[in-house]
Design a protein around this ligand. Sequence first.
Ligand SMILES: [Zn+2]
Length: 390
Amino acid sequence: MRMETFIRKALRLKAHTVVKVEEDEAAGGRVVYLDRLGHRRLRCGPCGLEAKRVAPTRRPRRRGRDLAMREHLVELRYAPYRVWCRGCGLRVERVPWAGQWQRVTHALARAVAGLARVLEWTSVAAHFRLNWKTVATIVEGTVLWGLGHRHWYPLHVIGIDEVSRRKGQQYLTIVYDLDRSRVVWVGRDRTTATMERFFGWLGPRRARPIRTVCCDMWAVYIDAVRTHLRRATIIFDRFHVTQHLNRAVDDVRRQTWRQMQGREKAEFKRTRFLWLTNPENLQRDERTRLSALLQLNSPIVKAYLLKEDLRRFWHYRSSAWAEGHLRQWLWRAAHSRLAPFKKFARMLRTHLDGVLAWTRIRVTNGALEGDEQQGEDHQPSRPMGYRTAS
Ligand SMILES: [Zn+2]
């Protein structure tokens, strides 16, 4: 089969055709030029109806990415027509290979979304040689599309989480159905507008059965949940609480490091992992190193012991004991003379209800593809899905 024929079939072209295929050696890919086939009728972009007339407007050329052919990247180039539609008026035509305004073909979008389910999004981006934002956009579009086309299960426990490329660069808010460990919704940013879009999309009828929401102590999420789900209990995700705690430990570690000198400083080098990892996940020699470090008379040791002590909170069976332990811990942290811990304790105190909710309902958000903070914080592997109290 000629390459042109193959591409025509793969893209399901009817009113369009492949004009030529060029090798682009510099980019290591192939460029496929498309055009309208004769005078075949074109369709209206928004409604899909056949349009009677093509408008003689200027046609800027668009580029789109398609699935690679073996190791070659494939780029499509086409200048869409504007058509007169009976219902919509003057509109850009619909093309069969890609959604409107999409810079990737349906086929590539499906492949990306499929892989994004099992791989980190950054790995997916590297695999398809796309940038991370494009992958995010594809996944967003695909998830939303998929929802309209499958059976809807009532939501009872949801998780709201964010994915960021790097610290401070937020892109997406993800809503999970924690009963089914499934993504329900993905939206840009993590702002009030994001949450309004989610609840607007969900609608009051589908929001009603939601009883529990697991999220980070992020005011925007909290406010949105309180506004739209008055009866739901908010739980602050254990993973996020631990992440904030680890940040406090790390702040103390950095301060300690700055005050050290000479040999002491050399020995303290590359100990971040030891302070932040749960001791049961350390190798034998790492544990030996850690116990030596714990002999230091230094604020970092105090921070470490506080961190380890707070971990007990998550394991209490009795709510009363858990609460007692937490309150005592908060007092100690507030009087620890460690600024990062005082700050962390204040945050927990402000959100105490949501933290204590854990003692009654044990849910936590699942692992999130693309959450690079996981690696940054040396967090021991995050469990997939969620766990209920046994
Ligand atoms: Zn139309």
